[in-house]
Design a binder for this molecule. Structure first.
Ligand SMILES: [Zn+2]
Ligand SMILES: [Zn+2]
Length: 102
């Protein structure tokens, strides 16, 4: 669990919340399938194959663009397949760290 949800001390790191409409973007849909395939279409925590989602282990805020990266702009190693239940549970316990990039 700890390598999927990193515990962070800073406050307010999860101001990003959901990605909303970007999740319907075809670029994300394609990327999501790539991650699901890589992970064998199973949750990395409990092995379930139901209601799979892709979790971002970090959020990147670009200072030059003054916005968060779009979900498909992250490298594959920062994304992991989780079932809805483990995903929600994880987010209740852990914050997703935000990294500030150029
Ligand atoms: Zn699970
Ligand atoms: Zn997540």
């Amino acid at each position: 669990m700890n390598d999927i949800f990193l515990k962070v001390q800073e406050e307010g790191t999860e101001n990003h919340g959901g990605y909303g409409a970007t999740l319907f973007d075809p670029r994300w849909k394609a990327r999501r399938i790539e991650i699901l395939e890589r992970d064998g279409r199973k949750c990395k925590i409990c092995n379930s194959s139901e209601k799979l989602q892709v979790h971002h282990r970090q959020y990147h805020f670009s200072r030059s663009l003054n916005r968060f990266k779009d979900p498909w702009e992250y490298s594959n190693n920062l994304m992991v397949t989780l079932c809805q239940s483990c995903h929600q549970k994880g987010h209740r316990i852990y914050k997703v760290p935000t990294k500030y990039i150029k």
